[in-house]
Design a protein around this ligand. Structure first.
Ligand code: ADP
Length: 577
């Protein structure tokens, strides 16, 4: 190698080193391609050049970067030869060099070589991980002999390094795009879940699911149906919600023998059909493309989402996967709504049953009580002590049953929203006086001391006086039941902004911390012997809480085992003063 050649070679190598060190710094594909293109022009001293990559979807070579030549020129007749060179390089996987294209047997005859006086051309395929990604091309017009074999070697070496950088950036962009698609999809599904789970009404859930399905794949319309299995008839698909078609038969049911319905049921997967007429369509709407996606619950197909497009747009596998994922989510929401419907139906049935039983029991009990009272009064003849004692037991137990029936009826009315409140302004002092007066006997019977303290300036409250009396009776009666003989009961009323606060405190058995959590639960009673020896059903406090809250107040309590308890509730004042 003579001196000047050696120097050139050294210069080339240091240029290669310099441009190569820039590669890999960026993962942005366009940025990398531009860096590569600049480096190639700098390395080869070419007049113009371009870089082509295979397009992933079309499989065609596409210009992705160019220098001193525009896209139009690259696509035009003038560049026929250049494209031929690129095609040859990518097909053979080898570099191409011609120092005088006009005389090169491979190209000389071609119109563009002659027309555009092309002389020096170099082209190197871009290859990474065993695949050809595309090629880089450079040329010089007018001058021949600009490029030598050493230049092609240099270009090939650089092309190899560039290919790795390009492939990395391409993979990264792909992953990045896939990731952002996934993030977008997750956020869509998060919104779908939020909406679907907000409603427990079946029709609304189906309607929302259908709207989303149509929006997700840009369909023109669709429907959602659920399979019904009548007791003595064949199953069928009952269409519940529709969109799109102008004239929709809202009562349309589809036999499971409908060919597409059958296919979905048998194959348990989404079925795509083309050019469906009215008979072939599931919801009776002719369509260019129809997609039927099963809704599955616990491995069974329980419903069908049908979507149609009237235009020629194809529904691709990604669209189908999207609707399938939506169907899975809809299935959960549908299940919840169905369970809720069932619970509501069971609740209504329970309410009806309780009010029937309560009514049927009240009539004979009134009669039993009436006759027992008559016997006690002596109209049926004198009673001996034992008879009086037995009659007392009958009357006490009757009282227990009456309380139970009236508590159950109250709960029933509150739960079914049928309890009425006759609101009016009244003086809470009177309620306290009435309630404590009616319980005085029981309080005295246990030698308990009752202390009543009502602040002077408590104005009228606004509530149903009968219900407030019921609440207070319950609380004072509990204080009486769960406080040993000789204990104390305090009833206090204080005024607070907007409310009168009523508290009933006792020095009784108190409530353990564990039991405090269960308080207000229906039928809860402490295991304590002191509790069990008192009559009760464990319904009082749950009714009290519901009644207080229904009238715009709140209830709270404090209690310590063996020390006593204090229950406090609020009643809104009649006027905000
Ligand atoms: P009942 O009194 O019919 O059992 P409640 O709903 O009024 O039903 O009360 C539920 C349970 O809460 C009682 O059985 C008792 O264990 C506890 N409890 C209620 N009030 C008191 C109180 N003042 N002191 C101690 N325990 C109480």
């Amino acid at each position: 190698m003579n001196q000047p050649t050696l120097e050139r070679q050294q210069a080339r190598l240091s240029a290669l080193y310099e441009v190569s060190s820039q590669l890999g710094k960026s993962l942005d594909l366009d940025e990398v391609l531009n860096q590569v293109m600049d480096a190639i022009i700098q390395l080869t001293g070419a007049e113009r050049g371009f870089l082509m990559l295979y397009d992933e979807t079309t499989g065609q070579l596409v210009t992705r970067a160019a220098r001193n030549v525009d896209q139009k020129t690259i696509e035009g007749d003038a560049m026929n030869i250049s494209r031929t060179v690129v095609e040859r390089a990518v097909a053979s996987g080898e570099g191409i060099l011609t120092s005088n294209a006009q005389e090169d047997a491979r190209f000389a005859g071609q119109q563009s070589v002659v027309g555009y006086q092309l002389r020096s051309i170099m082209c190197a395929p871009l290859q990474a991980r065993g695949f050809t990604l595309g090629a880089v091309y450079v040329d010089n017009r007018l001058f021949s002999g600009v490029f030598e074999t050493a230049d092609l070697d240099l270009l090939m070496t650089f092309a190899n390094q560039a290919s790795v950088a390009i492939e990395n950036a391409r993979l990264f962009t792909q992953t990045d795009a896939a990731l952002s698609r996934r993030v977008e999809e997750l956020s869509i599904f998060q919104r779908i879940d939020q909406q679907l789970n907000k409603s427990l009404e079946l029709n609304r859930v189906l309607s929302l699911a259908l709207n989303w399905a149509i929006a997700l794949i840009n369909a023109d319309g669709g429907s959602i149906g659920l399979f019904e299995q009548p007791e003595e008839a064949p199953p069928y698909l009952h269409l519940m919600v529709f969109r799109g078609a102008e004239e929709v038969d809202e009562t349309r049911d589809v036999s499971v023998d409908h060919p597409i319905v059958r296919q979905v049921l048998v194959e348990n997967r989404a079925i795509l059909s083309h050019n469906v007429n009215e008979a072939e369509s599931i919801d009776g709407t002719p369509a260019t493309v129809q997609l039927a996606v099963p809704i599955q619950q616990a491995g069974h197909v329980t419903g069908l989402i049908t979507l149609e497009t009237q235009h020629a747009r194809e529904i691709n596998p990604e669209d189908i996967a999207f609707v399938e994922r939506l169907a899975d989510r809809a299935a959960v929401a549908i299940n919840n709504a169905q369970l809720y419907e069932q619970i509501n139906a069971a609740n209504t049935a329970k309410s009806e049953f309780v009010s029937l039983v309560a009514h049927e029991l009240r009539v004979p009990m009134t009669s039993i009580k009436g006759y027992a009272d008559l016997i006690v009064s002596g109209v049926a003849g004198p009673l001996n002590d034992q008879q009086k004692q037995f009659l007392d037991v009958i009357r006490r137990n009757l009282q227990r049953m009456t309380t139970l029936i009236s508590d159950l009826s109250d709960i029933n009315r509150i739960e079914s929203g049928k309890m009425t409140f006759n609101y009016k302004a009244f003086d809470i002092r009177e309620t306290v006086a009435d309630v404590t007066g009616s319980l005085h006997e029981r309080i005295d019977a246990r030698q308990q001391i009752l202390d009543i303290d009502i602040e002077d300036d408590v104005p009228d409250v606004c509530a149903d006086p009968v219900r407030i009396a019921q609440v207070l009776t319950n609380l004072v009666s509990n204080a009486n039941k769960y406080t040993p003989d000789g204990g104390q009961i305090f009833v206090r009323v204080v005024r607070e902004p907007g409310f009168a606060t009523v508290s009933v405190q006792d020095t009784g058995i108190g409530i353990s911390e564990e039991n405090q959590k269960k308080l207000f639960t229906q039928f809860f009673r402490a295991e304590d012997h002191a509790v069990r020896e008192q009559p009760g059903w464990g319904l009082g406090l749950s009714i009290v809480r519901k009644m207080v809250e229904a009238q715009g107040g709140q209830i709270r309590f404090e209690s310590e085992l063996d020390k006593g308890s204090m229950f406090t509730f609020t009643v809104p004042l009649a006027k905000e003063t």
